[in-house]
Structure formats: C-alpha cells, structure tokens
Design a protein around this ligand. Structure first.
Ligand code: SF4
Length: 323
C-alpha cells in the first residue's frame, strides 16, 4: 500500500502534568483529524476525514519506538499531530508494545470514533484513555470542534458512554474550556450533566496555554477554572500544564530532538528541557542557534512566556498574525 511520507513517528518525551514524561507516538500524517478545533495548537486540519487506515507502516513505528525506550518515559502516549484512532492498526500496535516493554500506554483521543465497535475493541488494549468533551450541545460542538460532517454530537456522546461500559483501564474525560464560549456557568452545567452520564473516572479541565489555530480561542484564567471545576460532581481537576523543567543530566537528546518536538507542537524552553531531560542552558543555546538558522520562530501567548515553533509547521499551516 502507498504510505504517506512521514517525518518520524516518535517525539519527546514531552512533559505532561498528567502522564509525567510522555513519549509520543504519531500515527497519522500531520493534521489528519476528524475535527478542526478552533483551539488546536497545530493549526488548521488539512485532512478532515473519518477514514481509518494504516497511515504509516506499523513495523517502522515499532522499530523507531524500540530505539527510544532507553529514554525511560513514564508513559508511551498515542497522540501527536492528528487523531490517533484513525490509525486502523492501533490495537496491533498496543499488542506489540506490550511484548516490548511494561511501560503503560495512554491514548489521547477526541473520542469522535468511539461509536465504532472496532475502535472501542482496539482501544481496550490501552492502560489509560483520555477522550475529550468540549461542549454541552450540538451547536457549540460544531462551533468549537468543527467536526467532519459525518460526526454528530449524539454519536460522540453514545461512543463515550459505550466505551465506559467496556473499558477496564483508567478513563479520564478532558474538557477544554474557552473564554467567552464555554467558560460560562450555564454551558459548564450542560457539559457536567453529560460527563456524569458518561461516568469517566474523573473529569479534567484544560484551556489553551499555547498559540491556538484561531486568535479568538482565548484561555480561561486559572482562578475561573478552579471555580468552574466545582460545577462537576465530583469536582473536576484542573490540569492546565504550566510546568517548567528541572535540570536533567542524563540526556542523550540534541538539536534534532528539539526540532522534532517543535514540529509537533509549540513549546517553551522549559517544556523542552523537562521533556528531553536536557540541561536548560543547553536548550537555550540550541534554541538560539535554531532561531538564527531560521528553522524555528518565537511566539508570545502571554507576556511572561515564549513558545517556539518549527517554521515548516507554520508554513504548512499559516496562522493569522497575532493582534
Ligand atoms: S485539538 Fe486534537 S482533535 Fe482538535 S483538531 Fe487538533 S488534533 Fe484534532
């Protein structure tokens, strides 16, 4: 079969508040997704699809993963630059990972294909599944997630509930709130009601702390998220990832790993140092060099923090200039 050209399947480890040092596995070509979320940190979806296929060769993914296990991540996380459940061999992949290592496997998914029996069957192989629910009704679902036309809000909810009945692993529902859209008591109440029906193990609130696809997708202040968390029963957890990295000494990572990380998502220097276990001073030096070479660019989301992003990511998915 003809595979889509790919620039490497494994990235990180990246620091994750929920998953520690998470080694990412990217199973679809850049921005192949069932959604085109206004808050996506990767830019617009270029291939909005519900077609499941072996987008990248399973054997190559496994070979690359095997070579990165020496980095000793806390989790192997199937996520990356699109929707991982579009990968038709995701179940086979997890079976093979089990034969290779005891490191637990997490899947970060938008949950949009869980109404399909085959997807639920395959995801049962994971240790942790983290799906999303960002809206309390069809209209806001379409406004925020901009799904493929074949996906309805009702199907999304049905899939999220059906999987709960079948999955014995950890099931954490992520709710990504946006200022002016869903960070409103009435809207959060609607989401909380649906979340209760889904019966995830816990609900986690998040918001955008990295540059979003649309400039109008704005973050919710921390204090407001904490207030909104109490609307859920039991109360939701706030999991916004503002972490900074501690100095690390045993890293074998270098500029290529930094660039690969920045080709997946915008990161701060602290994100890079923590994820790759690199000395922060070395990271800053490499960032300077990559900036001078013009392969990455600096972006400000708030005055206190600078994110860096690879230029080829920006070229493939140009963003409107920041206001
Ligand atoms: S945020 Fe996730 S689900 Fe939404 S468009 Fe981006 S990759 Fe797809």
């Amino acid at each position: 079969m003809g595979y889509v050209k790919h620039k490497g399947y494994i990235f990180g480890p990246v620091p994750s508040r929920r998953l520690g040092r998470s080694l990412g596995v990217d199973l679809v070509p850049f921005k192949t997704c069932t959604f085109d979320c206004i808050y996506c940190q990767l830019g617009h979806t270029t291939n909005k699809t519900i077609e499941r296929r072996e987008w990248v060769p399973l054997r190559e993914v496994l070979d690359e993963l095997r070579s990165k296990l020496t980095l000793k991540p806390d989790y192997i996380t199937l996520a990356g630059s699109g929707e991982p459940t579009l990968y038709s061999r995701i179940g086979d992949l997890m079976d093979e990972i089990r034969l290779m290592t005891d490191i637990p496997v997490a899947v970060i998914t938008n949950g949009s294909l869980l109404w399909k029996d085959e997807v639920r069957r395959q995801l049962r192989h994971a240790n942790v599944v983290i799906p999303s629910l960002d809206a309390g009704d069809e209209m806001l679902f379409r406004t925020i997630n901009r799904p493929h036309p074949a996906i309805t809000y009702e199907w999304l909810l049905d899939g999220l509930s059906a999987f709960r009945q079948e999955f014995r692993g950890k099931y954490w529902l992520e709710v990504f709130l946006l200022d002016g859209y869903t960070a409103i008591d009435g809207e959060v109440r609607k989401i909380a009601k649906k979340a209760q029906e889904i019966q995830a193990d816990l609900v986690q609130l998040n918001t955008c702390v990295r540059p979003a696809t649309e400039d109008y997708a704005r973050p919710v202040p921390w204090r407001r998220l904490v207030e909104l968390a109490d609307i859920f029963t039991p109360a939701a957890e706030v999991v916004v990832d503002y972490r900074s990295g501690a100095p690390q000494s045993e890293s074998t990572s270098g500029p290529t790993d930094i660039l690969q990380m920045l080709q997946r998502r915008p990161c701060t220097a602290e994100d890079i140092a923590a994820g790759l276990r690199m000395d922060p001073a070395t990271v800053r030096k490499e960032i300077e060099r990559l900036l001078q070479e013009g392969v990455i660019e600096a972006r400000k989301v708030d005055p206190k923090r600078t994110h860096y992003v690879a230029r080829d990511l920006l070229c493939a998915h140009p963003r409107k200039p920041a206001k």
